[in-house]
Design a protein around this ligand. Structure first.
Ligand code: 5GP
Ligand code: ZN
Length: 134
């Protein structure tokens, strides 16, 4: 299913031209228009799913296989030193485009890409609560 108001549906299906690194029947991989670092790319399914919660199971399993292929090739091409894979679900988590996508963010020694968080400490209360509910 496509959503006619969704920019990523249009990009993924070639209705809006974009820099395509790879394409198959399920996905298009494009360069991010606002890269965190040189070569920042997005894996976008051609069908519309708002987020990972909604993503079809079969497609979900294909995403990581494709990510592995892409970062292997792109590490060669870009000469980067590592990769972050980032996938935001929900506005609170930083999602701005509500069509599932996986960020492939190349990392270069000494770069200023700000992916991280302040380390907390797992409390007994949180641990017991979560383990008792899962
Ligand atoms: P999110 O914040 O939803 O995880 O990521 C959305 C990403 O899509 C952002 O990194 C943003 O730069 C990228 N983006 C938004 N619109 C366009 C567009 O029209 N073309 C491309 N190539 N990237 C886009
Ligand atoms: Zn869409």
């Amino acid at each position: 299913m496509k959503d006619e108001n969704c920019i990523f549906c249009k990009l993924a299906n070639g209705e809006i031209p974009t820099s395509t690194l790879y394409e198959d029947e399920d996905f298009r991989v494009i360069l991010d228009a606002n890269p965190a670092s040189k070569g920042h790319a997005l894996i976008i399914p051609k069908e519309h799913y708002a987020n990972l919660y909604e993503l079809d199971d079969e497609l979900a399993s294909k995403v990581l296989v494709l990510a592995k292929k892409m970062i292997t090739k792109l590490t060669d091409v870009l000469g980067c030193d590592g990769y972050n894979l980032v996938q935001n679900n929900g506005e609170t988590a930083g999602q701005t485009v509500f069509h599932f996508h996986l960020h492939l963010i190349p990392r270069y020694k000494g770069d200023a890409v700000g992916i991280g968080w302040k380390l907390g400490k797992l409390t007994e209360g949180d641990k017991e609560e979560i383990l008792s509910k899962i």
